[in-house]
Design a protein around this ligand. Structure first.
Ligand code: ZN
Length: 468
């Protein structure tokens, strides 16, 4: 499992306040459960906590005090119980170690103690001073029994930590029935159940990934972070899984870590469009010069006529639309070809800020890469992959186009060529696609690792300079 983060923000101050209140109520409920059920008396109830804790709770007035819908406090309970259980596991380990170090215990007594620690029924009975039926496997320790039980109680008091208390009340969970995705005007929103029945809180997302299962919503100063665990097949465990790294190409839609390029006509289309726009601008400038001259000499009528005939929106819109339709078709075709030929299980892309793409392209082309096109590529990639059951995972883009994927050296990029000081020249986009793919299994570089930190990590990995 791999934790995936998604970033977003509440759409208005009201939504933000609702999220805050929700997180506070959720944390309070969790803290209540933590303090109520982490003691030895509740040890046996944890086993089947839904029957033993949740169902009886529903018969009481307690849930009303949480000011949460049933779904929310039940999730808070599940989380809280999971935390308490792991705290008990820690306690057992600490007691086991302490007993092993204790010189006053015989090996039978240590054996007895370890046995008790493994059996909740017996441990619970001892902690609550209740009689229990000793199983045959429990070693006989005779008259020392009483002293050892006292020791166990002392150990537990000493090592069983307090219930985990949430100090920062800024996160909560939602299960799959408590949220849905909604796409409006090219933007994806996450809508989650609010604090009151029927209320929905909308979060504007910065990407187009739709997740399933439980989500953890974390409120930070920078906005809302949505955490979700996604099962990622690792190359080591399941070699049959194909993980494809992709990078936005210099002259194509995507370059891949399998040394292919897709959507090569997009590059041609873009340069043709750039050419057309430049030509048009030249013509326009000539006409403006003509109008200015006419106005200077006082021929207002003719100036107006030229204006009316040359700056109409109809032709301009028609040409822009034609370009858009052609680009859309290139993009869709390119993505489909890539999926069809590569048959990936996972597509790894840079966090889709398109930063590097912008850097790679000339100023003229950049102007053409309007918002809709970037959004459109993201949306289609996610949509087509989702239809085919392919995960799109994002990785940290830092330096993926500046290091050699063979040896890790920092190299130089000039246009479509990357030059490594040791390995020589190679295709820059393909090299970046390899690096992006490798980022998925990078042990150190995470999505949120800062640029500076990535640089330090990469510098440590520089191969030794060959002796001259
Ligand atoms: Zn190299």
């Amino acid at each position: 499992m791999r934790n995936i983060r998604q970033y977003g923000e509440a759409i208005d101050p009201r939504g933000e306040a609702q999220l805050k209140l929700l997180a506070e109520c959720y944390a309070s409920a969790k803290n209540y459960f933590g303090s109520r059920y982490s003691g030895p008396k509740s040890l046996m109830q944890l086993k089947r906590h839904r029957q033993n804790i949740r169902d009886p709770l529903m018969q009481t007035d307690v849930p009303e005090t949480f000011r949460l819908t049933a779904r929310y406090w039940k999730l808070a309970l599940d989380e809280s119980v999971a935390g308490i259980k792991s705290e008990w596991a820690n306690t057992r380990n600490r007691v086991r170690k302490a007993a092993a170090r204790n010189p006053n215990l015989s090996s039978d007594e240590k054996h007895y103690l370890n046995f008790v620690l493994r059996w909740d029924v017996i441990l619970s009975a001892i902690l609550c001073h209740q009689p229990f039926e000793a199983p045959d496997k429990l070693p006989e320790i005779g008259e020392r029994t009483h002293a050892i039980h006292n020791l166990i109680r002392r150990y537990i008091r000493k090592y069983h930590g307090a219930a985990p208390i949430a100090k920062r009340k800024a996160s909560f969970m939602v299960d799959s029935a408590m949220y849905r995705y909604r796409q409006i005007d090219g933007t994806l929103y996450l809508e989650i159940t609010g604090i009151d029945k029927g209320q929905r809180i909308r979060i504007k997302l910065r990407d187009h990934n739709r997740h399933t299962g439980n989500l953890r919503i974390v409120l930070t100063d920078q906005g809302v972070v949505i955490n979700t665990a996604v099962e990622v097949p690792t190359m080591q465990k399941r070699p049959e899984n194909r993980i494809l790294g992709i990078d936005k190409g210099y002259t194509s839609l995507f370059a891949t870590s399998t040394d292919h390029e897709y959507g090569t006509d997009l590059g041609k289309l873009l340069s043709a469009e750039t050419e057309r726009l430049n030509e048009k601008n030249r013509k326009r400038n000539r006409i403006w010069a003509q109008i200015n001259t006419l106005e200077l000499v006082g021929d207002k009528v003719k100036a107006q006529r030229i204006r009316d005939h040359n700056f109409g929106a109809i032709k301009k819109n028609r040409q822009n639309n034609r370009f858009r339709e052609q680009a859309k078709s290139c993009i869709n075709h390119g993505i489909r070809q890539m999926i069809k030929i590569e048959r990936p299980d996972v597509v790894v892309a840079e966090e889709l800020t398109f930063q590097s793409w912008q850097k790679k392209l000339s100023k003229q082309v950049k102007r053409k890469l309007t918002r809709w096109m970037k959004g459109y590529i993201q949306e289609r990639l996610n949509f087509i992959c989702e239809l085919s059951g392919i995960f799109v995972l994002l990785v940290n883009p830092a330096y993926t186009s500046q290091i050699c994927h063979h040896c890790g050296s920092f190299g130089k990029r000039a246009g479509k060529t990357f030059t490594c000081p040791s390995c020589g020249s190679m295709d820059a986009d393909i090299n970046a696609a390899h690096n992006i793919r490798d980022r998925l299994t990078d042990p150190k570089i995470r999505l949120t690792t800062s640029y500076e930190k990535v640089k330090l990590i990469l510098e440590k990995r520089q191969p030794a300079k060959p002796a001259v």
